[in-house]
Design a protein around this ligand. Structure first.
Ligand SMILES: [Zn+2]
Length: 481
């Protein structure tokens, strides 16, 4: 007994069935109905949103043998329709540009395009991942795209439209496929489960839909996976056993940790997401998207149409959005985006993302980290100064990892250990804290005075060395003491 995967078993038969891309389906159907079918189509969008399926549906509409002319409703039974659905039709040639990148492949294509179709109305070339073509291949393709024979149609598909030359784009009718919403994926999954006679509830389908990341194909694969474990019933318990965590839920939990200033809790969320297979890059991306949603709710109100969310999720996010103000979201987004940029080229990407999370969770302490550290610097006795300075503190920015752990410790509990080393009496320390100059400096830097040390005469030598290195710093040390 062979098992047909759901994506195949329930694939759309006509443009009418296309889930989540209704505007595109409507435009294509109208073009067919009015006889204004372009000779070149360019389908762009992320993976699994229906580009190849749509290309085949369009091909069926153009070539269905049961009709005398192109039709929005192909029969799905004629030889042409059946073959196209399998991707094996003699007149509908599917080319994977990823493995046929060369100019020769396109020359072959041009030669074969000259011959009329064997059986149907049009010879249709579906070129998948077209951005992978070489420059020479693009140039060869361009010539055919400019003036193709009447019997030829091109359907180009790409996940990376920015890599397709403008000359190609401008010769095609472009369709931007959007990510399919959680609601649409969940609804489709429910229909399929009903057909399959599998009992489930909406919590399950919603969770799968969220994990699908806007890709119907991913949603169906996950469902396949669940069904092979579940044996006729899908419960949320099974989901927990089989499926990875829903990363957007983890990111939401992380944001709660950050809002509670619970750095450990927030870090645990990162860990949970990464061990379940998420890449750091993608984790940053999800976080940025989540922050954007919170920012939009914060700025535009709970009912904003700028975000596409089901009511239940929206309610939760409205509560979360109130925990920070818009300016903080702007800061967080820029920080996470910077982190995302850096982790791509760093060997310490895990440390960087952890550091960023700690930084956000302890934002109050970190609000002016450079200035704060400068303040500390000027208070640390000179003999203690050399080590921290070379440990990279100068490069503390929201985006580097190395300094994060030390600053976290450094700023946490107003540093009792440091105070223990202090050689001044509490009365002296109190007077330093009251000193108008110190208060001004702290105000200016939005800083906190961690500890007060006395400059020992014995340190003059190091002090002098310091002076040659950095006279400004030296004078500030003198001033503070
Ligand atoms: Zn047909």
């Amino acid at each position: 007994m062979s098992y047909t995967v759901l994506a195949r078993k329930y694939r759309s038969r006509t443009l009418d069935d296309l889930v989540g891309q209704e505007p595109i389906a409507t435009t294509l159907k109208n073009a067919i109905r009015t006889g204004r079918v372009h000779h070149g189509f360019l389908f762009t969008g992320t993976r699994g949103v229906g580009k190849t399926s749509s290309a085949r549906l369009l091909a069926k509409s153009l070539n269905c043998l049961a009709h005398d002319e192109p039709t929005p409703v192909p029969c799905c039974e004629c030889e042409s329709c059946l073959r196209i659905a399998e991707g094996e039709d003699i007149d509908v040639i599917e080319i994977d540009a990823a493995s046929n990148t060369g100019v020769d492949n396109i020359r072959d294509l041009r030669e074969s395009a000259a011959y009329r179709p064997a059986r149907a109305r049009f010879k249709i070339y579906i070129i998948d991942e077209v951005h992978m073509l070489s420059t020479g291949a693009f140039n060869a393709l361009l010539k055919t795209l400019e003036e193709p024979p009447d019997h030829v149609k091109f359907i180009l598909a790409t996940t990376e439209i920015h890599k397709v030359p403008a000359t190609i784009v401008s010769r095609c009718q472009r369709f931007d496929f959007r990510s399919i919403s959680i609601n649409e994926i969940a609804a489709h999954l429910e229909v399929i489960l009903k057909e399959e006679g599998v009992a489930t509830d909406s919590a399950v389908t919603r969770r799968v839909a969220r994990l699908a990341n806007g890709s119907m194909r991913d949603g169906l694969s996950l469902l396949d996976q669940l069904l092979s474990f579940g044996g006729g019933e899908l419960s949320t318990e099974l989901l927990d056993d089989v499926l990875p965590v829903a990363h957007d839920e983890v990111v939401a939990a992380m944001m709660d940790g950050i809002a509670d200033e619970d750095a450990a809790g927030a870090l645990a969320c990162v860990e949970q997401s990464l061990i379940s297979g998420q890449t750091i890059d993608r984790y940053c991306e999800i976080t940025v998207n989540h922050l954007r949603t919170l920012m939009l709710i914060s700025i535009c109100g709970a009912d904003t149409e700028l975000i596409d969310l089901p009511a239940t999720v929206r309610e939760q996010l409205v509560v979360q959005a109130a925990r920070f103000d818009a300016a903080t979201y702007v800061y967080m987004i820029s920080l996470m985006e910077e982190v995302r940029r850096i982790v791509k080229s760093s060997n310490a990407s895990r440390a960087i993302i952890d550091a960023a999370v700690v930084r956000l969770a302890l934002a109050r302490n970190f609000s002016n980290i450079e200035q704060l550290l400068a303040t500390i610097d000027s208070e640390v006795p000179p003999e203690d100064r050399a080590a921290p300075r070379t440990s990279g503190r100068r490069s503390v920015t929201p985006t580097t990892s190395r300094p994060a752990a030390p600053p976290a410790e450094r700023t946490q509990p107003k540093a009792p250990p440091a105070r223990a080393k202090s050689t001044v009496s509490s009365a002296e320390e109190a007077s330093v804290r009251r000193d108008p100059g110190v208060e001004q400096a702290l105000d200016l830097f939005d800083g906190t005075l961690l500890s007060v040390h006395r400059a020992e005469p014995a340190t003059t030598k190091t002090n002098t060395q310091d002076a040659t290195d950095d006279p400004a710093n030296n004078s500030s040390t003198q001033g503070d003491n």
